[in-house]
Design a protein around this ligand. Structure first.
Ligand SMILES: [Zn+2]
Length: 468
């Protein structure tokens, strides 16, 4: 999640004015009778399930031009005479199983493909799209998400990033595996998700190939390219690959590599807390570009320079909460952000810092008179980005979990988190499913508890305040 830098140091900078000002009502989509998500009606498409993305992009530093060919392996869930993909770039050609298909861009965001013959349900097809453009010039719904300068590019955003660099079914509910190949100047490094398969040099160009073999949602796919200091290996039983921009200068490059070296240790600690790490490698990328947030790109989060260690804990906790267990709908965002924020509290506690209950009480004292903080329904905050990523989604979410731990007891709470990531591994889930599992694991009726903590407009009443 874009964790906004303004919320990083809640107590040190004391931002009373930066919290929610109110929730917004979400009206039914006017676009189509069936869309994957009413928050963003143009995101994603119905009628098929993507299995795999084979992306090969070529990126040119200097003018920022990107061209590419992506083969999307998908299985129609119904007989399809045409279907849509999401892509902002201009399209040159589309093949379906190697045969030229008609295509149209009815608007900036959509690519409509009409294959020569109808596609039967249940039979996989390969859709190959060739495209090009200057992603920095592209915007959608007021978002201009491409982040680059003459020496470096890093793709990191949520909920929208994929449409700037490959065609996709752009919604978390359709997860797939990935091969990602990026060709660029041979002097630059290219970092992406998962395992680095190899690199081939052809004249002054090099192609670096990465593979994510576990299902991944579209917004968590990324690459970074530029001048990076790299460290890779194995620590705490886990493979890692870290990269820090050399644009930061020698001293900061070194201190940020030191920070990234903590990734393997934190991954191992989270594994003890939550159960097996969901992916084959860990690590992180620190960009030299000016970005106000970190993002939990799958297996390899991206960070601005000089983050506190707790932000690394937050982003790696997302590998379980958000990346492996992904939101079924964007309204469920607190099951990503509340949980990752809670794990920061838990980390401090086991490191001998403030206990989780101390932090819960401190947050309560801080927020109790902040009207807007309690007004937002964090289990349905609304699609505006200042609501989806509102401070309350993070902090009220973490408070909910800390209070729940008191309410059901530490042993049941630990069982609950471990069961949650186990049952929903590599899948999607909703807030309601978590609430139901909390009741099953604890044997307690928790409707009212979740109502006052997640949804009610107001401070939780005394008896629910700390779950005690
Ligand atoms: Zn987050």
């Amino acid at each position: 999640m874009p964790r906004l830098s303004r919320v990083l140091s809640l107590f040190s900078i004391g931002l009373v004015g930066a919290v929610a000002t109110g929730s917004i009502a979400v009206s039914a989509p006017a676009v189509a009778p069936q869309v994957p998500d009413p928050y963003y009606p143009m995101d994603g498409n119905v009628g098929y399930d993507v299995q795999h993305y084979d992306i090969h992009d070529t990126y040119r530093f200097g003018d920022g031009h990107l061209s590419g060919t992506t083969t999307v392996t998908l299985v129609p869930s119904v007989r399809l005479t045409s279907f849509n993909l999401d892509l902002l770039l201009a399209v040159d050609s589309v093949l379906v199983d190697g045969v030229e298909a008609e295509f149209d861009k009815p608007n900036k965001h959509e690519l409509t493909v009409t294959p020569p013959g109808a596609l039967p349900a249940g039979t996989p097809v390969e859709v190959t799209v060739a495209y090009q453009g200057v992603p920095a010039d592209l915007d959608w719904n007021g978002e201009s998400n491409w982040l680059a300068d003459d020496r470096e590019v890093v793709l990191m955003n949520e909920p929208h990033m994929a449409a700037w660099w490959f065609p996709s079914n752009d919604h978390p509910s359709d997860k797939a595996t990935y091969d990602i190949r990026v060709t660029t100047a041979a002097g630059r490094e290219v970092i992406s998700n998962g395992v680095r398969v190899g690199r081939t040099v052809d004249g002054d160009q090099a192609t670096t190939h990465w593979r994510m073999a576990q299902p991944m949602t579209t917004y968590l796919a990324f690459f970074a390219a530029g001048d990076f200091a790299i460290e890779s290996g194995r620590a705490h039983g886990i493979r890692y690959y870290n990269a820090v921009s050399e644009q930061l200068g020698a001293s900061e490059t070194k201190s940020n590599l030191d920070l990234m070296r903590q990734s393997a240790r934190i991954t191992a600690w989270l594994q003890d807390e939550l159960g097996d790490y969901p992916f084959a490698t860990t690590g992180g990328v620190v960009t030299g570009l000016d970005v106000g947030f970190a993002l939990e790109n799958q297996s390899r989060p991206t960070y601005p320079a000089n983050m506190p260690l707790t932000i690394v804990v937050h982003e790696i906790a997302h590998q379980w909460f958000g990346d492996s267990v992904s939101v079924a709908r964007w309204r469920d965002i607190w099951i990503n952000e509340g949980f990752a924020s809670y794990m920061e509290w838990r980390w401090r506690e086991v490191q001998g810092g403030a206990t989780t209950n101390r932090t819960l009480r401190d947050y309560y004292s801080y927020y109790k008179d902040v009207r807007g903080f309690w007004r937002l329904n964090i289990a349905n905050p609304g699609p505006a980005l200042h609501n989806l990523f509102n401070t309350a989604v993070y902090d009220r979410g973490a408070m909910t979990l800390a209070a729940l731990r008191n309410k059901i007891g530490r042993a049941d709470f630990r069982r609950l988190l471990r069961r949650w990531v186990d049952v929903n591994r590599a899948d999607n889930a909703t807030s309601e499913q978590f609430e139901a599992m909390a009741e099953t694991v604890s044997g307690k009726e928790l409707d009212r508890f979740f109502q006052v903590w997640l949804r009610a407009d107001g401070v939780p009443p005394n008896k629910d305040r700390f779950g005690l």
